[in-house]
Structure formats: structure tokens, C-alpha cells
Write a protein that binds this ligand. Structure first.
Ligand SMILES: [Zn+2]
Length: 287
């Protein structure tokens, strides 16, 4: 070996951290501009108040915020701490998700099987890569959807519906899920949530869940499969209730406080996705 494995892991981890931070920087742009109907590319990042472009050193992910001291260089308007935080979470999440699936050496092994002893055959060889892509995909869609739902109370179709289609394709490449499992999960997930939303509307006479949540559940369902759908919905409801009650008590507005459901679906989906191989294994053994 040219380098020992721990050195390789360290450098690869640093690369993943930087890569994740750049993705996070882009997702910040998506979350800010998409709901406003602005182009994702033009113009370059600028101050929303005085339109002064952000200097190059201010664009560095995570650290740019500190370089400009959290303010616009021209008019001193404060920059939200949410930007570097999202980039940091995205960077750490990218490193964590990668190492939750494989080591850098195994990664090289799946791409060039000759480099690794004991090669897998056919589709099985690519399964770790499919799992990795699926987790990255779920994480990188969850970030802008969470931010947009918190700020605007919407979940744009561009992400949820296009994402659901991508999720079904990724599911088709996953031998434990297959296209039937992914499609079934999408239909069951969105169908169940649609039913719950309509029932709530009939009983309470007001809208509790939006169609955006239903479409997002199609994406999530395609990732976790029909086996994971109920766990995601249950977990998201528990998380949503706990946080909703806590916020309601904090504001003394009682239990009438409404919180957006998208972020809870996102967190629940990520948790279930991490456990997915174990959940699917239970069903896989029966086949
Ligand atoms: Zn400014």
C-alpha cells in the first residue's frame, strides 16, 4: 500500500467535508431563490438590501460568514447565521452518510473491483453505491425542503415530484427494494397521508396538511419502500406533536399552534433510511 488506511480515511473525510459544504452552499441558494421564482445561477450572490455582490472571500462555505463578520460589506445588513449552519450540517452529514455505508478503500473497490480481493458479481457489486446515492439524495433534498417549508410553508413540486421520480429510479437499482417496492412505497406513502389530510379536514373543517406534504411523502415512500412508510409517518407524527406542544406551551397559545410538517417528515425519513437495510432484511428473509 502507498498510504496507510487511516491517513487515506482522514484525507477522504476532509474531501467529503469540503464537498458537502459546497453542496450546502448551493442548497442555501436553492432554498432562498426557488420559492421567490429567481434564477439559481444569475445574478451571483448579493445583499438583498443594497444589491452589493458578496465578495469572493465571503462565498467560501462555512467560513465566508466569519470573513465578512456576518454582515454585508457595503451596508452592514446582518447575514443570517442559518447560512453557515446549513453548510456545516451538510458537510458533517455528507461525511457521516458516506462512512455509514463504506470506507474509502471499499469505495475504490466497488468502482474498480480488481483493486479489491473477493469481488462481488453483477448488480450486487454496485449495491453499496446505490445505497450511498440514495442516502445523499434523501439528505440533499431534505435540506432545501426543510428550509423552504419553515420560511414559506410550501414544498415546491420541482423538488418533491421530480425527486419522487428520481427516488423510484434509485429504488429500481436497489435489489432489496426493486421498482415495485419503490413505486409501492410512493403510492402507499402519499395515499396514506392524503387520506389522513382529507379526514382531518372533514373532522376539523380546516386544512392541517398541505398537498406538498403528500407529494413529499411520495418521494420518501419511494426511498424507504412500503415497509418503511408506516414507521416514517408514525415517527414524524410523534416528533411533530412533541415539538408542536413544546412551542405551544412556550408561546402560551395552547395546542392550536400549527407547525409545518415537512421538516418532521424529513427527519423521520432520514432516520428510517439509516435503518433501512435492517428493516428490509426482515422482509427479505421471508421471500
Ligand atoms: Zn448590503
Amino acid at each position: 500500500m502507498l498510504v496507510d488506511e487511516s491517513t487515506l480515511n482522514l484525507w477522504f473525510g476532509l474531501f467529503l467535508f469540503a464537498f458537502g459544504a459546497c453542496i450546502g452552499s448551493f442548497l442555501n441558494v436553492v432554498a432562498y431563490r426557488l420559492p421567490l421564482g429567481l434564477s439559481l445561477i444569475r445574478p451571483p450572490s448579493h445583499c438583498p438590501k443594497c444589491s452589493t455582490p458578496v465578495p469572493v472571500y465571503g462565498l467560501v462555505p462555512i467560513f465566508g460568514f466569519a470573513f465578512v463578520r456576518g454582515r454585508c460589506v457595503a451596508c452592514e445588513t446582518r447575514v443570517s447565521i442559518a447560512y453557515p449552519l446549513v453548510e456545516l450540517i451538510c458537510a458533517l452529514g455528507t461525511v457521516f452518510l458516506f462512512f455509514s455505508i463504506m470506507t474509502p478503500l471499499q469505495f475504490v473497490g466497488t468502482l474498480w473491483p480488481e483493486a479489491q480481493m473477493g469481488t462481488h458479481l453483477g448488480m450486487m457489486r454496485y449495491q453499496p453505491l446505490v445505497l450511498l446515492l440514495t442516502r445523499f439524495f434523501l439528505f440533499y433534498t431534505a435540506i432545501p425542503l426543510t428550509l423552504i417549508d419553515l420560511r414559506h410553508r410550501i414544498l415546491p413540486d420541482v423538488i418533491t415530484l421530480t425527486g419522487a421520480l428520481c427516488a423510484i429510479l434509485l429504488g429500481a437499482a436497489n435489489v432489496m427494494l426493486g421498482w415495485k417496492g419503490a413505486l409501492g412505497g410512493a403510492l402507499l406513502g402519499s395515499g396514506l397521508l392524503f387520506f389522513i389530510a382529507k379526514t382531518y379536514e372533514l373532522l376539523r373543517g380546516q386544512e392541517g396538511l398541505g398537498l406538498g406534504d403528500v407529494k413529499y411523502m411520495a418521494l420518501i415512500g419511494a426511498v424507504v419502500g412500503w415497509q418503511g412508510v408506516l414507521i416514517v409517518l408514525g415517527l414524524a407524527s410523534i416528533l411533530g406533536s412533541v415539538v408542536g406542544i413544546a412551542i405551544g406551551l412556550g408561546r402560551r397559545t395552547g395546542l392550536q399552534t400549527s407547525v409545518p410538517f415537512g421538516p418532521f417528515l424529513a427527519v423521520a425519513a432520514l432516520i428510517v433510511c439509516l435503518w433501512q437495510p435492517f428493516i428490509l432484511q426482515i422482509f427479505f428473509d421471508d421471500l
